[in-house]
Every structure is written in structure tokens, then in C-alpha cells.
Design a protein around this ligand. Structure first.
Ligand code: OGA
Ligand code: NI
Length: 343
């Protein structure tokens, strides 16, 4: 993406441009999942982190460092290939998984290239034209030869971590640990390999523009470069998440916001790029089955605390989003606030 002239498509509106002074997040909680905490203490910590930040980091999470190193190395090798090679697994309107470098967030182009693959292969999603379901298949490149295996092994480990975290989050909401399990039986979870090349206009562009994650939970591996910023709930300030070796960054997505009837909120975040160092990151987006009707859990609503959202179909939401990020549109993306009950 070495651009000689500034491509307007990447330029953020002045109020969304990155700040050149960085506030680092001492505040984002770092939680040791197999440290000295009792189960009750762990649940309390997780609940506090979800409520106050919507973001936290975990260490001693059980994902073997070797599995993570392997997928990171394979991702690095893949993105180093010539563009023609990468484009052999390029996404299009029909095959929406694979490689692309043209994603837009809120209609501004992101300074990145990505490779998406689904955890279930194929994954079932609603057809675009209304009735019935369709299958999305992964597209694996020939090179690097071990990318597929590295991805599949990594995913198995991260899924175990997701189950543990969703259990802790359920307990922190006063629910049984397995309360969320059923939603993920035919999961539509996917993983994205992100590559943020050095950028000649880091003061004007973003690696990913401000957004909230639409799924239930995100488990992100970032490298040591840094660039992820989280909008602090207390004052709306953008706070840099400091890279911690081997840690995962966890954030609550829109679906947990709805399920919890806003006890926990999905928080806005974005990615800054820089002119010197490329950056790699790997988010795992934990998503429920396509047929899930997302709505506040009955256990968490009553007359005093009525449901703040109408039910919406996850599969339709998901496919609409995936389709609209494909090109620049002049309308707002589908958002959960479209289903919010006005007060
Ligand atoms: C995303 C995202 C953060 C990062 O892909 O949704 O927020 O650090 N990525 O790459
Ligand atoms: Ni995100």
C-alpha cells in the first residue's frame, strides 16, 4: 500500500484524527487467570473490568505461547508475499472470507490488510436475499504451507479461553456459568489476521477507525508495537493499550451489551498506525449461531429494569455488516442502537 500521493479515502475527518500525544492505559485491568485469586475474587475482578472499562488484559490464560508464536509467524509470512499471491485468496461478494485490503470503517478506508477465516468451515449464515441459509467456506492460500494448520490449532486453544471467560462473565452477572454455552453451538465466530503497514500519514489516517465489535466477545493478540486505543468511559479520552508480552486483550462486544441489558457496555476503540513500524494483530471474534435472536436475558430484566432492546437476528446483522464493509457506502452501517427501545 505504499502510496505516493495521499489517497483521500484514508483521511479521517478532523475530529477523528489521532492525537500525537499518547495517554497510556495504566487503568486497563490486567487479570491473572491462574494466579492467587479465589474463584469468587476472579469473578469480581472480571465483573468490575467489564463494567468500568469494557476492556481488560489476561495473563496465564492457558493458550500455549508456542501456538500463538506459530500463527503470528505464519501471518507475517503470508502478508510478506507479493500482492498477486495474496489476491489468489481475495474475498469477493460471494466468498466473503479470505484476503482483502480495502476495508472501510464508518466509510473511511482503514490503513491495513487482513485475512479472515471462520472457526466453523463451512459456516452457516442467512442468504442475502432473504430466506434460507448459505454456507461460507474458508479460502486457504498455498503459501505459507502451514498457515491453515497454525490457524486451526490456535483457534482450538482460544475457544477454550472464550468458554472460560464467558463462564466468568455469566457468574459476574449472577447467572450460571454455562448460561451462554447454548448460543455458540453453531457459532459464526471468525478470526482476522491484521497487518498494519507503516503509514506515511499517521496523523491523518487510522489502522482501524473508531468502532465497537458487533459480536459477543473479542480475544485479541497484539504484537509489541502498540497502537490500539480504547475510549475511556469516564471521560471519553482515547487511551493506548500497552502491549504486554503473551497477554490477550479482551473486550465486551455489542451482544453482551444487549444480553446484559447494558450492565456491561461495548466500548469504542480504534487503531493508530505509525510511519516506522508495521504492526500485526489477531482478533478472535466470538459470535453466536446465525439463528440467535439477540435480546436482553430474561433473568436480567423485570418491571423496574425493562428490556432496553428489541430482539434482532444475529445472522442478518452479521451478514449486513460484512457486506457493507466491502465498499464505501453513504449510509450508516447497521448498529445495535437501531434496536434500542427509546426511553
Ligand atoms: C478489530 C480491532 C484491534 C487491533 O479488528 O476489530 O479492533 O489492535 N483490532 O488490531
Ligand atoms: Ni475491534
Amino acid at each position: 500500500m505504499g502510496l505516493e500521493v495521499i489517497d483521500e479515502a484514508f483521511v479521517q475527518a478532523p475530529e477523528h484524527r489521532p492525537k500525537l500525544t499518547i495517554t497510556e492505559a495504566e487503568g486497563i485491568p490486567l487479570i491473572d487467570l491462574s494466579g492467587g485469586l479465589t474463584d469468587d475474587e476472579l469473578v469480581t475482578e472480571i465483573g468490575k473490568a467489564c463494567k468500568q472499562w469494557g476492556f481488560f488484559q489476561v495473563v496465564n490464560h492457558g493458550v500455549p505461547a508456542e501456538k500463538r508464536r506459530r500463527i503470528e509467524a505464519a501471518a507475517r509470512e503470508f502478508f510478506a508475499l507479493l500482492s498477486e499471491e495474496k489476491k489468489k485468496v481475495r474475498r469477493n461478494e460471494v466468498r466473503v472470507l479470505g484476503y482483502y485490503d480495502t476495508e472501510h470503517t464508518k466509510n473511511v478506508r482503514d490503513w491495513k490488510e487482513v485475512f479472515d477465516f471462520s472457526v466453523e468451515d463451512p459456516v452457516l449464515v442467512p442468504r442475502n436475499d432473504g430466506d434460507g441459509v448459505q454456507k461460507w467456506f474458508n479460502q486457504w492460500p498455498d503459501k505459507p504451507a502451514d498457515l491453515r494448520e497454525a490457524c486451526e490449532e490456535y483457534v482450538k486453544e482460544v475457544q477454550k479461553l472464550c468458554e472460560k471467560l464467558m463462564g466468568l462473565i455469566a457468574l459476574s452477572l449472577g447467572l450460571p456459568a454455562n448460561r451462554f454455552n447454548g448460543f455458540f453451538i453453531d457459532q459464526t465466530s471468525f478470526v482476522r489476521l491484521n497487518h498494519y503497514p507503516p503509514c506515511p500519514i499517521p496523523h491523518l489516517a487510522l489502522g482501524v477507525g473508531r468502532h465497537k465489535d458487533a459480536g459477543a466477545l473479542t480475544v485479541l493478540a497484539q504484537d509489541d508495537v502498540g497502537g490500539l486505543e480504547v475510549k475511556r468511559k469516564t471521560d471519553g479520552e482515547w487511551i493506548r493499550v500497552k502491549p504486554t508480552p503473551n497477554a490477550f486483550i479482551i473486550n465486551v462486544g455489542d451482544i453482551i451489551q444487549v444480553w446484559s441489558n447494558e450492565r456491561y457496555e461495548s466500548v469504542e476503540h480504534r487503531v493508530m498506525v505509525n510511519s516506522e513500524r508495521e504492526r500485526f494483530s489477531i482478533p478472535f471474534f466470538l459470535n453466536p449461531a446465525h439463528y440467535t435472536m439477540v435480546k436482553p436475558l430474561e433473568e436480567l430484566t423485570d418491571e423496574q429494569n425493562p428490556a432496553k432492546y428489541r430482539a434482532y437476528n444475529w445472522g442478518k446483522f452479521f451478514t449486513t455488516r460484512k457486506g457493507s464493509n466491502f465498499r464505501k457506502l453513504n449510509v450508516e452501517n447497521i448498529q445495535i442502537h437501531h434496536f434500542r427501545v427509546s426511553e
